[in-house]
Design a protein around this ligand. Structure first.
Ligand SMILES: Cc1cc2nc3c(=O)[nH]c(=O)nc-3n(C[C@H](O)[C@H](O)[C@H](O)COP(=O)(O)OP(=O)(O)OC[C@H]3O[C@@H](n4cnc5c(N)ncnc54)[C@H](O)[C@@H]3O)c2cc1C
Length: 379
C-alpha cells in the first residue's frame, strides 16, 4: 500500500485524504491547528466541485447545512441603502442556483466525519488526522520522502502533498519562499463572527466606505453574524501569525465607519474565531517537484475575490486522487499522475485566476457561472 502524507487538514487536504483512502492508499494528514478550526465565512461549492462532492457522497449532508439567505442590501458607510436584490447575493450568486454556500467550519466538519468514519462497509484503514503537528524538514529521495515533524518522530512516506493553504509550509520547503509565488492584490481581509447584535434576519448586507467594505450576514438561525472586513492597502510587513496585530488593523477600520460601529467593535472583541490574510493569488510554474505535489490555495489560490477557492481546491483534490489511483501500479506512477493532474487542471485554474481584473477588481456577476463546469472530471 502506498503511503501519502498530506500537510493541512483544510478543504483540499480532507477531500484528497478521503478520495485516496477509498482507493487503497494509506493516508496521514498533519494539521498545524491544535483542534478543528471553526473560523471562516461561508464558502461556495459550485459546478464540477458539486459533482465531485456528489460522487463522494457528501452532497445531501452539505445541502442540509447550506446558508439560507433571502437577499441583500448595498449600503454606504452611513448605512443608507443604495440598492437591494431578492434573487441574488453577492457572496454566492443567484439564490435559485443548485450551488451550495456553506460555512467553512461546517464543510470541514462534514469532511472530517466522512474521513474518520468506519463502518461495516468501510473498515478502519489506518487513515490518520493528526492535529497540532507540522512538517519541519523534507528530503525528497528516489525511494521516498523523509519527513521531520515538529512534534513526532521522523518518518518516510512514498508521496507528500501540500494542502496547507496560502502560506503553505510544504511549498516553502520544496519550492522556495512564499514571496516568489504570492501576488498581492492590493487588499487585506479580516473575518470574524459572534452574536447577532444588529438583528439581521436572513439578509446579507454590504457596506462600502472609503475605509473598508463589509460583508455581514446572519448564521445559525440568525443567532450569530459573520463579518468580513476588506480594505485596500499595499503589501504590509505583517507576520501572518500575529493575531493581536491583525485584530488591531481591523478594529482601526471599524472605528472609521459610522454604520453599526459599536456593535461590530463588540462582535470583534468577543470573537473567538478571527482570521486575517492578504488578498493574494498563488501562481507557480509547476504544481509538483519530485515526489511532492501541491493542491488548493497552496498551489493556485485564486483569492477570495473570485469566490472559487473552495471549488478549485475540491476539484484539484478529486482529480489528483483519481490520477494517483490510475497510475498506482506503475513504478514511477506518481510522476505520470502529477503531470496528468496538472495538464487536466491548468486551464481551469487559469480561468479562475483570470476572474478578477488586473487591479484586483472582483469577478463580474455571472462570470463564475460561465466557467464553473469548464473541467472534465472523467478525462
Ligand atoms: C481558518 C480559515 C478561514 C477561512 N475563511 C475563508 C473565508 O471566510 N472566505 C474565503 O473565501 N476563504 C476562506 N478561507 C480560505 C478557503 O478555505 C480556501 O480558499 C479554500 O477552501 C481552499 O482550501 P485549502 O484546503 O487549499 O486551504 P485552507 O482552507 O486554507 O486550509 C489549509 C489548512 O492547512 C493548515 N495549515 C496551514 N499551515 C500548515 C502547516 N505548515 N502544516 C500543517 N497544516 C497547516 C491550516 O490550518 C488549514 O487547516 C479560510 C481558510 C482558513 C484556514
Amino acid at each position: 500500500m502506498r503511503s501519502v502524507l498530506i500537510s493541512g487538514g483544510g478543504i483540499a487536504g480532507l477531500v484528497l485524504a478521503d478520495s485516496l483512502r477509498r482507493q487503497g492508499f494509506a493516508v496521514t494528514i498533519v494539521e498545524r491547528a491544535s483542534k478543528p478550526r471553526t473560523t471562516g465565512q461561508a464558502v461556495d461549492i459550485r459546478g464540477a466541485a458539486l459533482t465531485a462532492m456528489d460522487r463522494l457522497g457528501y452532497r445531501a449532508e452539505l445541502e442540509s447545512r447550506r446558508t439560507r439567505l433571502k437577499g441583500m442590501s448595498w449600503l454606504n458607510g452611513a448605512g443608507v441603502e443604495q440598492w437591494r436584490r431578492e434573487d441574488f447575493v453577492l457572496s454566492s450568486g443567484r439564490l435559485d442556483s443548485p450551488d451550495i454556500e456553506i460555512l467553512r467550519a461546517e464543510l470541514t466538519e462534514v469532511l472530517q466525519a466522512g474521513l474518520l468514519r468506519t463502518d461495516a462497509a468501510r473498515e478502519d484503514d489506518g487513515s490518520e488526522l493528526v492535529f497540532g503537528d507540522w512538517i519541519t524538514g523534507l528530503t525528497d529521495g528516489p525511494d521516498g520522502v523523509d519527513i521531520q515533524f515538529a512534534q513526532t518522530a521522523p518518518h518516510r512516506f512514498d508521496l507528500v502533498v501540500g494542502a496547507d493553504g496560502l502560506y503553505s509550509g510544504v511549498r516553502r520547503l520544496a519550492f522556495g519562499p512564499a514571496e516568489r509565488y504570492l501576488h498581492h492584490l492590493g487588499a487585506y481581509l479580516g473575518v470574524f463572527g459572534g452574536p447577532n447584535l444588529i438583528d439581521l434576519e436572513d439578509w446579507q448586507v454590504w457596506v462600502q466606505d472609503p475605509a473598508a467594505t463589509y460583508v455581514v450576514y446572519p448564521t445559525r438561525d440568525n443567532s450569530e453574524v459573520r463579518v468580513t472586513v476588506g480594505f485596500e492597502s499595499p503589501a504590509m510587513t505583517v507576520d501572518y501569525r500575529d493575531e493581536p496585530q491583525h485584530r488591531q488593523l481591523v478594529a482601526d477600520r471599524i472605528a472609521r465607519i459610522p454604520w453599526q460601529t459599536d456593535a461590530l467593535r463588540k462582535t470583534l472583541e468577543a470573537s473567538a474565531d478571527f482570521q486575517f490574510g492578504a488578498m493574494a493569488q498563488a501562481r507557480l510554474g509547476s504544481w509538483s517537484s519530485g515526489r511532492v505535489a501541491l493542491i488548493g490555495d497552496a498551489a493556485s489560490c485564486p483569492s477570495p475575490l473570485t469566490g472559487q477557492g473552495t471549488s478549485v481546491a475540491i476539484i484539484q483534490a478529486y482529480v489528483l486522487a483519481q490520477e494517483l489511483a490510475r497510475n498506482a501500479a506503475a513504478t514511477d506512477g506518481h510522476t505520470v499522475a502529477y503531470r496528468r493532474y496538472e495538464e487536466r487542471l491548468r486551464g481551469f485554474v487559469d480561468l479562475n485566476q483570470a476572474l478578477i481584473g488586473p487591479e484586483g477588481q472582483p469577478a463580474e456577476e455571472g462570470a463564475v457561472d460561465k466557467i464553473k463546469d469548464a473541467v472534465d472530471l472523467d478525462a
